[in-house]
Design a protein around this ligand. Sequence first.
Ligand SMILES: Cc1cc2nc3c(=O)[nH]c(=O)nc-3n(C[C@H](O)[C@H](O)[C@H](O)COP(=O)(O)OP(=O)(O)OC[C@H]3O[C@@H](n4cnc5c(N)ncnc54)[C@H](O)[C@@H]3O)c2cc1C
Length: 434
Amino acid sequence: MTSALHSPAAPVRRCDILIIGAGPAGMAAALTAAPSGAAIVLVDDNPAPGGQIWRDGPGAHLPPLARAHRERLAGLPNVRVLTGTRVVGLGDTPATDTAPALLLEDGQQGWTQHCGRLVLCTGARELLLPFPGWTLPGVTGAGGLQALIKAGLPVRGQRIVIAGTGPLLLAAAHTAREAGAQVLRIAEQTPWGQLAAFGLQLPRWPAKAVQALPLLHPALRAASHVLEARGTNQLQSVRLQRGTDEEVLECERLACGFGLVPHTHLGQMLGCALNDRQGLAVDAVQATAVPGVFAAGECTGFGGSDKALVEGAMAGHAAAGDTTAALALAPQQARWQSFADALHQRFALSPQLRSLLRPDTLVCRCEDVRHADLAPRAGWIDAKLHTRCGMGPCQGRVCGAAAQFLYGWTPAPAHHLLAPARIATLAGIDESTP
Ligand SMILES: Cc1cc2nc3c(=O)[nH]c(=O)nc-3n(C[C@H](O)[C@H](O)[C@H](O)COP(=O)(O)OP(=O)(O)OC[C@H]3O[C@@H](n4cnc5c(N)ncnc54)[C@H](O)[C@@H]3O)c2cc1C
């Protein structure tokens, strides 16, 4: 990474536009807003910009578009990229400010960041659904395995089973194969009919069709889902449902992903409403209903990197005050939104996945809360009060989304703190007003 992309030692505590998340959406927002001359701060908790799809690391191969975005950002004097920096909560917002202040923390310090406009590009995370054995070492998310391989995890020669739903399974399988792993099975829960219907729609987005073709793999099976991960201290085999049959495969790794969940906690803490896809609700120029706050990309609903790029550009224009330029991108946004709609329609989760759990299957792995403890509870708050579900280190990010699918509960976001913060960060809140 070039020095221009390193976090500065002394943070600038006020900027014109603060962007949270340096994935495709956040990078596009910064690049689009930069010609306005606004002072921009782009924050990401990863060591390098790129987000999920352009994640960097010793095992990653960045595509030219990702490299071009990074190089352009590094050359902009009015854009500060703060990597290794995360939002831990809300700051005190002076009455004169239009956008909310946020509490940020990096490896050395915490501070309150004030801004004129705030753009949320916080992306999405995988939906991990519990099943017997899902907490065994060797079992990860599908995107999680991909991220580990990009970070340098050696998988050469290992036998891997990938299960769940959606195009991310094929992308994860491709990454694993490139790293020398043997992909034994890609178990896609969606039936062949739905997959074929999705395939027939793909020519509407030729770039996606071109991306998808090389990812197809002979180990792909439709109407197939995981039943159980087996092993004592380590994964040894996986039991899968295949249509009306079952199969057992011996393997070293199982990677499961059941789609993506928009990262909305920060937006919800700020008072943003959700849309019917559980993403942050925005208007025609990506503005949320909270004054001064915009949102773009996967946090408004999953739909892939092209949708994230165009929405990021729209939010960048709008945050810089050019709503005409933002609206001019509406046809492109509609085109990628229709791709997102097709994904939602064709890869809808099967209700069968709710019946994988046994009474002793852990649902909240941070606090060791079993399905039998949760099933009788009336809702998320009741479950938290009686079982500590969602009160561990992940703060409900994993089990909250699972509980929503399994029990139909609506996990409530935190009120003030988004993530565990250092005492020094919290103690310094009052001194940090610019
Ligand atoms: C695990 C995973 C793997 C994926 N792999 C692929 C793939 O191989 N191919 C593909 O087409 N799509 C993939 N996707 C889908 C991918 O998310 C989108 O295509 C694209 O990356 C979305 O861009 P985005 O900018 O909206 O979000 P993201 O790329 O997710 O970027 C959001 C960024 O915000 C940061 N962030 C979030 N909250 C905070 C906070 N509180 N403080 C600081 N930073 C924060 C995140 O760390 C992240 O870097 C993957 C998704 C996931 C979850």
